[in-house]
Ligand binder design. Structure first.
Ligand SMILES: Cc1ncc(COP(=O)(O)O)c(C=O)c1O
Length: 371
């Protein structure tokens, strides 16, 4: 018997996701490039050209000194970009020429460490396990940002990478990027900024986060989050080609000679969607989306505080509030896709699809539950 056509969820009640409804141009472009593979650029040359445009666009957003020459690629997501940043730093650490190649040097991988704030995304835990490096997580300050003193105390000459987060997953915080970069430089480590979620909002703020603000070596910035591109479209950028060269392996059966990506065959849909989204939205559309999201987050934080909840003031458009478990569950039962931080606060990510009307309906339901 023929089954009914499966339908994806609607975004109407999705308040916890860091992805959003793709821009219509991006959706159409993704569909057009569905059967292409940028992992084999000599065969799929049209999508390979598009990927160069995607990297240039992302590099412009992240204020790379020479966007047209920036190194990088469209990853499967922020996880792959972060794993690759750790891998690149590990491979480059400690060699006499600044690089010791992919297979490791005299000391074991475990002797190499990565220093990241406790707010770093769990993709760094995966990276450390996969790459067999030690992950040193350091405490946050009392506003959920990396504590620079704790980072300085944690680095040593085996530190290959220091990580700063620009738009943290749980509270939307931006770490003191310039201070962390200086600590990394002093320690002889590379510096990575994880702006997977924040990267399409931060250009419209006064925060330090980009290649222009600090000596950033690598940076994660995901079109499939605030960039309004379809999944899968993450982004890894590097200041220098050497960061990607340290990832490259030879590709004997392909016409191209080497490959720096983690996956082999990968989605041309992600690449095309990312380019189309940036063509349609950079900069004015992204500015408008960022401003609307910031207004919504401020408004929601105020409304929750007025109801007596402890609210973590939003820095980027993400609101966390201490809502009792029973109310949280009742909201989930009412169909609201909300999630909690590690400490149990309800978190609402004000993505572009989250309208003021949706937030009003959410608060109406919350008020009904409290009665
Ligand atoms: C700051 C940050 N980095 C990395 C990631 C991982 O991204 P992905 O889920 O696309 O792999 C996320 C996901 O939300 C994130 O918030």
């Amino acid at each position: 018997m023929r089954q009914p056509e499966p339908e994806p969820q609607s975004f109407d009640r999705v308040l916890s996701s860091m992805c959003t409804e793709p821009h219509p141009d991006a959706r159409a472009a993704a569909e057009r490039f569905l059967a292409t593979n940028p992992g084999d650029p000599a065969t799929y040359d049209a999508v390979a050209e598009l990927e160069a445009r995607a990297v240039e666009g992302l590099a412009a957003l992240a204020a790379h000194p020479t966007p047209a020459d920036a190194a990088g690629y469209v990853t499967s997501g922020g996880t792959e970009a972060n794993v690759q940043a750790v891998r690149s730093a590990r491979n480059r650490h400690g060699g006499s020429d600044g690089s010791r190649g992919g297979s490791g040097g005299a000391r074991s991988e475990r002797d190499v460490n990565v220093v990241a704030p406790a707010s770093a995304h769990f993709s760094f835990t995966k990276a450390a396990a996969l790459l067999d490096v030690e992950l040193r997580t350091v405490p946050l300050d009392d506003d959920y940002r990396a504590d620079a003193e704790a980072v300085a105390a944690a680095v040593d000459d085996a530190t290959a990478l220091v990580v700063g987060v620009a738009g943290s997953t749980e509270y939307g915080r931006v770490d003191p990027i310039s201070e962390l970069a200086a600590i990394a430089e002093e320690a002889g480590a590379r510096f990575h900024v994880d702006a997977a979620w924040g990267g399409f909002v931060l250009p419209f703020t006064d925060r330090d986060w980009s290649f222009a603000d600090a000596p950033v070596d690598t940076l994660t910035i995901d079109p499939h989050k605030f960039g309004q591109a379809p999944v899968p479209a993450g982004g890894l950028l590097a200041r220098e080609d050497a960061a990607l060269d340290a990832l490259a392996v030879e590709t004997p059966y392909l016409e191209s000679r080497s490959q720096a990506t983690l996956t082999g065959t990968r989605s041309g849909a992600g690449v095309a969607g990312a380019v189309a989204a940036m063509d349609a939205l950079w900069p004015d559309g992204y500015r408008e989306a960022a401003e609307r999201a910031a207004d919504n987050a401020e408004w929601l934080a105020g409304e929750l505080a007025a109801r007596g909840y402890d609210v973590v003031e939003p820095e980027l458009p993400l609101v966390a509030a201490d809502v009792p478990e029973s109310e949280f569950q009742a909201l989930r039962d009412a169909g609201w896709k909300v999630s909690r931080t590690g400490s149990g606060e309800l978190r609402v990510v004000c993505m572009p699809h989250v309208t003021r009307a949706a937030l009003r309906a959410f608060l109406d339901d919350l008020d009904g539950i409290r009665r």
